[in-house]
Design a protein around this ligand. Structure first.
Ligand code: PLP
Length: 393
């Protein structure tokens, strides 16, 4: 006998999805209406405005792609890369590697700038790559590398690309809503994000924005875009200025109610306040982790507050710890990816999940789990240190 599915109550402190606010869940449960219904179209105009606010952009082509972050990534590359185009791809973790694969599949020529996992993209290496290949058309990089917990200097990377007349593609899946993202201020040409990280929405939608320069590049393509679904020229019939809102595909109506609500919550809080909240709770988590003798993997200036990579102590069975957190404390944290598998845990403090209760719950649960693993640590020190940090304004 199969029954209705009732998921367990979890606290989601991994690399995404993050906890979803009850307001967003309630929005998602509202009645489905037609995706060309004037009321739905009106709501979608608001989604566009709210996305422009979140990305800090006036780009007319700002829209939610009806598929997860990986599709947003693909939408940028499939539209902007033509066979033979030279693209500098910065690789300092898992997601940079995926960018490289995208360029290769669409016939571009990849010039890789590789940095060690745990380090930000090296600006001097990027400059050297442009100097060695002056005909590069595009620079692609990850703003917040979720596999390592590293932020790269997006403003400087975009400035270098401009200097050499190239467009930029930026992955803001984990950064949007958690740290500063300033698409227009930095001069980013194509950016994509995801709903399930710091926007605290269920997964499955990818906000994307293209600058006028990027739109021009799409319009001047020699060959048509090799993906029908992700072809921005076709999507513009629905989203562009004065568009007729004709049928392209059936929008995921209820998922977009959720995005509308999540973006509204972000706007009500204010971008700067949201970024400060992430920093503040990260400081408390860090104080607690260090008080129990754990070390963060990433150096201070490049740490992402919303994604904390923690070095796994010697002799600890990392999978057993995560499994214990999940089964006994209903708490999810992330494992290491790629070369960091078995070396780090990834503790997310994203969006709705970034709060004082979760910081303390995580530290206390981790302390219990580590003691069970035989780690000798000062009991209670983490909660004391974190509480002190939380009390600081
Ligand atoms: C999660 C993530 C993605 C992929 O998003 P999905 O929604 O899982 O497809 C891409 N880039 C980064 C940096 C991410 O953290």
């Amino acid at each position: 006998m199969i029954h209705s599915f009732y998921p367990p109550q979890r606290t989601l402190m991994g690399p995404g999805p993050s906890d979803v606010s009850p307001r967003v869940l309630a929005a998602m449960a509202r009645p489905t209406i037609g995706h060309l219904d004037p009321e739905f179209v009106r709501m979608m105009d608001e989604v566009k405005q709210l996305l422009q606010y979140a990305f800090k952009t006036r780009n007319a082509l700002t829209l939610p792609v009806s598929a997860p972050g990986s599709a947003g990534m693909e939408a940028c590359f499939v539209n902007l890369v033509e066979p033979g185009d030279k693209v500098i791809v910065c690789e300092n973790g898992v997601f940079g590697g995926r960018m490289r694969e995208n360029v290769e599949r669409f016939g571009g020529e990849v010039i890789s700038v590789v940095d060690e996992w745990g380090q930000p993209v090296d600006l001097e290496k990027v400059r050297a790559a442009f100097e060695a290949h002056p005909d590069v058309r595009l620079l692609a990089f990850i703003h917040a590398e979720t596999s390592t917990g590293v932020r790269s200097d997006a403003a400087s990377l975009a400035a270098i690309a401009r200097e050499f007349g190239a467009l930029t593609i930026m992955d803001a899946v984990t950064s949007l809503g958690g740290i500063e993202v300033d698409v227009d201020g930095w001069g980013i040409d194509a950016v994509y994000s995801g709903t399930q990280k710091c926007l605290s929405c269920p997964p499955g939608i990818s906000p994307v924005s293209f600058s006028d320069r990027a739109v021009q590049k799409v319009q001047q393509r020699r060959a048509s875009v090799p993906s029908w679904f992700l072809d921005k020229k076709l999507v513009m019939g629905y989203w562009g200025e004065g568009a007729r809102r004709t049928y392209h595909h059936t929008a995921p109506v209820n998922a977009l109610y959720a995005l509308h609500e999540a973006l509204l919550i972000l706007q009500e809080e204010g971008l700067e306040t949201a970024w400060a909240r992430h920093r503040h709770h990260h400081e408390a988590l860090k104080a607690g982790l260090e008080a129990m003798g754990l070390a963060l993997f990433v150096a201070g200036p490049w740490r992402l507050p919303q994604l904390n990579t923690v070095v796994i102590p010697e002799g600890v069975d990392e999978a057993r710890v995560r499994s214990r957190l999940l089964t006994r404390h209903s708490l999810e944290i992330g494992a290491g990816l790629g070369v960091l598998q078995g070396k780090v845990w990834r503790i997310g403090l994203m969006g709705h999940a970034c709060n004082a209760h979760n910081v303390l719950h995580c530290l206390n649960s981790l302390e219990t789990a580590l003691i069970a693993e035989g780690v000798d640590l000062p009991r209670g020190a983490a909660a004391i240190a974190a509480s002190a940090a939380l009390a600081e304004a």
